[in-house]
Design a protein around this ligand. Structure first.
Ligand code: 3PG
Ligand code: MG
Length: 401
């Protein structure tokens, strides 16, 4: 086995009775006081249980919302204690501060194998500033540091970055899986490589596109973004969402792709409607050159989707971010669902390594019923995007040996 560039739980040695600070991402969405998506809690489970079973005192560090350095009960992690208890099937205690006297008192009564959540790190102004004094104060209550929060690794905060320099630092199981999957997808991928990039606006994904055209063989552009590229190519996109002022930028991306040998795929048939509503009477499929002035493009058409599926059949690696159409509303989910199902089937057959992540993407794959069939689906939003931009993530860099 090739050695990893970072240490994992396998490298920790005997940790029984030791206090292990574990950075998790417990920033879960809430609705009416309960957790509406517990994906991140489930992702935290393997590391927490392994450390507990190895006899550590498990001290979970996390942020919750954006309280901006103020104590604010609305953002208290005490709200997550019970949901995490339920997911883990173990007792979880709450400790009302992540450092100082209250933390020391709380830890003093823990036995080996016990699990506690420490209060929101962002209640301290030093967290987001990566203040050495806060790093010092947190390091004082632990023997080891484990970072298991890939989805917060784009933040250079005290609990995501600073601590890794202060205590012996290790990647948790979830972090390890993310890093392995991302390495397989864009680090040293098996070629040919395809990328799907969708979403509303080119302007939010310029860095992603610029990075990808230099790395992948096929770049499939969907969503509102595709309209900007079509417009740049002289296509009349009617009243579609389109950033006309970015035509030159789009041209530069076309040029860069051509120089790098990357094929950019844009839809040649599209699903259009006069209003953005579920199953509008005006919905129709047409050639991309036949969009009327009062119509908008809301999805990739069936012929283009089939061609994209054929392109994927020749690829060995796929990285996916963003839906192809307005997938929240029927029937504009069809292209996303169809291509996701093709990718999932190719993955199951064993020919394709498929990695997906970022905000809407997970929701889109869940909607298509295939999230479980991709090789890996990231729990990260912003961090996944920054990784697709080719940026170093401070929380990850700090773990590298
Ligand atoms: C997230 O929810 O994307 C991460 O937990 C990071 O949160 P932040 O965007 O508030 O830093
Ligand atoms: Mg965010």
């Amino acid at each position: 086995m090739v050695a990893k560039p970072f240490k994992t739980l396998d490298d920790m040695g005997d940790i029984s009775g030791k206090a292990v600070l574990v950075r998790e991402d417990l920033n879960v969405p809430m609705q009416d006081g309960s957790v509406s998506d517990d994906t991140r809690l489930r992702a935290a489970m393997p590391t927490i249980l392994e450390l507990a079973d190895r006899g550590a005192k498990v001290l979970i560090l996390a942020h919750f919302g954006r309280p901006k350095g103020q104590k604010n009960p609305e953002y208290s992690l005490s709200k997550i204690t019970r949901p995490l208890t339920q997911v883990l099937g173990r007792d979880v205690q709450f400790i009302p501060d992540c450092c100082g006297e209250a933390a020391v008192d709380g830890i003093a009564v823990m036995r080996p194998g016990d699990i506690s959540i420490l209060e929101n790190t962002r209640f301290h102004p030093g967290e987001e500033k990566n203040d050495p004094a806060l790093v010092e104060a947190m390091a004082a209550i632990g023997d080891f540091y484990v970072n298991d929060a890939f989805s917060a690794a784009h933040r250079a905060h005290a609990s995501t970055e600073g601590l890794a320099h202060k205590l012996p630092a290790f990647a948790g199981r979830s972090m390890e899986k993310e890093l392995d999957a991302l390495q397989a997808a864009l680090g040293e991928p098996v070629k040919p490589v395809a990328a799907v990039v969708g979403g509303a606006k080119v302007s939010t994904k310029l860095d992603v596109l610029n990075n990808l055209v230099a790395k992948v063989d096929h770049l499939i552009i969907g969503g509102g973004m595709a309209n900007t590229f079509l417009h740049a190519r002289g296509v009349d996109v009617g009243k579609s969402l389109c950033e006309k002022d970015l035509a030159e930028t789009a041209e530069a991306i076309f040029d860069k792709a051509e120089a790098a040998g990357c094929t950019i795929h844009l839809p040649y048939d599209v699903v259009v409607a006069k209003e953005f509503a579920a199953n509008p009477p005006s919905v129709r499929t047409c050639n991309v050159h036949e969009v009327a002035a009062d119509e908008m493009i809301l999805d990739v058409g069936p012929a283009a989707v089939e061609a994209l599926g054929d392109a994927l059949k020749n690829c060995r690696t796929l990285v996916w971010n963003g839906p192809l159409g307005a997938f929240e509303i029927a029937p504009f989910d069809k292209a996303t669902v169809a291509l996701a199902q093709t990718a999932a089937a190719l993955t199951k057959e064993g020919g394709l390594t498929s990695v997906a992540g970022g905000g809407d993407t997970v929701a889109a794959l869940n909607h298509a019923g295939v999230a479980g069939d991709f090789t890996f689906v990231s729990t990260a939003g912003g961090a996944f995007l920054e990784w697709m931009e080719g940026k170093d993530l401070p929380g990850v860099s700090a773990l590298m040996v």
